[in-house]
Ligand binder design. Structure first.
Ligand SMILES: Cc1cc2nc3c(=O)[nH]c(=O)nc-3n(C[C@H](O)[C@H](O)[C@H](O)COP(=O)(O)O)c2cc1C
Length: 416
């Protein structure tokens, strides 16, 4: 299936427009059907000739390159208006499963460009989108925009960020990096639509690894439910425990209840084995617990793709109180996942159970003020997250879609 890619830009001086043109050409070179679209600008910018972007273009696209200038460390107001304009489609559950990447430009090298890309992804995750950065790609995928040949990226794994010049000019290496990013996005969008190259073992069940801090009882139960959700879709699942300095001592949580057997300790090979990976952790000081961060850091190779490259990944958390970092920990986890080249596939609002469990689109979360054990709503959300991981892992390896009766996203239903 030919993927449909929309490259949507806002530009006053021309930087973002040039990058968008290059990304569109890269997506076209992959073989995608491409639309280059501008965002309306209250008359403040030049009248660029491209068609104006609207919410229906998000609906049309399988993949989107979102290109906003950095304004005060954020997307520009016109760009935010464009995102907000998709509310009705989002509410109707029609924007799930788009594949999104981001591009930006800023005057200062460290003037908020990473913040802008991460903000873009946060909004895309509310849609239920999958986000692809410029981190290392898996072998055989379209070339790596962070490759030293494309100096414009400067090692930014979140997407493309370049230095804006006064005249709106764009260096050739930045244009080349935008081209590569467009091509990569089209490649992932094609596979997400089951139109990519079939994996050599396409008939085998997809593989999901659920890694968790097992000493935290809440997280352990969420992990089991997540694993059960993946198995519901026919996935082969490895439930793995993080070894390392004790989470129990750090968090002061009770140990394993009921004498359930401990999961095997996780190893890098469990991540290499999987088609998709889900990470569960208690929140410590607004971030993931140290053992998880240590394990993730061991996955990021000094150069080239690591075992997470090109694979769907997401996380779930437990906190002591309702607003004690359940969002910030997951957002910081997403940053690390992008560094590893993963495709971040959080739950978004892709199922009513997400709303019922507190409405965290970045990952399932449970606050222990509601009880040490997860609520039935949190368990249902974890199960949904496991199903989604299995589905995304299946898609990105190009395997045929699972049977219609088991499918749970509008995109799946639409395709079968
Ligand atoms: C309202 C406004 C806010 C800006 N904020 C930042 C900023 O936070 N950091 C930075 O480095 N550059 C900032 N800039 C510079 C823009 O990032 C730069 O002009 C833009 O990326 C150029 O893109 P364009 O050529 O596509 O219009 C700002 C510019 C404007 C107009």
């Amino acid at each position: 299936m030919t993927p449909r890619v929309a490259v949507v830009y806002h530009s006053r001086r021309g930087t973002m427009r040039s990058l968008a043109e290059a990304a569109a050409a890269g997506a076209q070179a992959y073989g995608a059907q491409v639309r280059l679209l501008r965002i309306a600008d209250d008359g403040a910018g030049p009248a660029w000739p491209e068609e104006e972007a609207g919410p229906e273009d998000v609906l049309w696209a399988d993949g989107l390159v979102l290109a906003s200038p950095t304004y005060f460390g954020n997307v520009s107001a016109p760009f935010k208006r464009f995102l907000d304009g998709t509310t009705k489609l989002w509410w109707d559950g029609l924007l799930n499963d788009r594949v999104v990447t981001g591009m930006t430009a800023s005057t200062c090298l460290h003037g908020g460009r990473e913040a802008t890309l991460l903000t873009l992804y946060q909004s895309a995750h509310h849609w239920g989108a999958w986000t692809v950065g410029a981190g290392p790609a898996r072998p055989g995928d379209p070339a790596d925009p962070a490759d030293p040949a494309c100096y414009g990226v400067g090692g930014n794994p979140y997407g493309l960020a370049v230095t804006a010049l006064r005249d709106g000019g764009v260096a050739e290496h930045d244009r080349a990096a935008a081209w590569e990013l467009g091509r990569r996005l089209a490649g992932v969008a094609a596979r997400a639509r089951s139109g990519g190259r079939p994996a050599p073992d396409a008939a085998a069940p997809s593989r999901v690894t659920v890694v968790h801090c097992a000493e935290d009882e809440t997280v352990r139960l969420l992990a089991q439910e997540c694993a059960a959700g993946a198995r519901e879709l026919g996935a082969e699942v490895r439930l793995r425990r993080l070894a390392g300095p004790g989470v129990r001592r750090e968090s002061g949580l009770p140990g394993r209840a009921g004498g359930a057997p401990a999961a095997a300790a996780v190893d890098t090979a469990d991540v290499a084995w999987a088609d998709s990976v889900v990470f569960g952790t208690p929140v410590r000081a607004g971030a993931v617990a140290a053992p998880l961060l240590g394990f993730l850091q061991s996955l990021e190779p000094p150069a080239g793709p690591g075992p997470l490259a090109g694979k769907p990944a997401s996380g779930f958390v437990s906190t002591a109180r309702p607003h004690a970092g359940s969002e910030s920990a997951l957002l910081s986890l997403h940053h690390v996942l992008h560094h590893c080249g993963a495709v971040v596939v959080p739950p978004g609002y892709t199922d009513p159970v997400v709303f019922e469990a507190g409405g965290n689109p970045y990952g399932t979360s449970h606050a222990r003020s509601a009880g040490v054990l997860p609520t039935v709503q949190a368990l249902a959300a974890a199960r949904h997250q496991g199903r989604r991981a299995a589905l995304a892992g299946d898609r990105l390896r190009g395997r045929p879609a699972p049977e219609a009766g088991l499918l749970d996203t509008p995109l799946e239903k639409e395709l079968t």
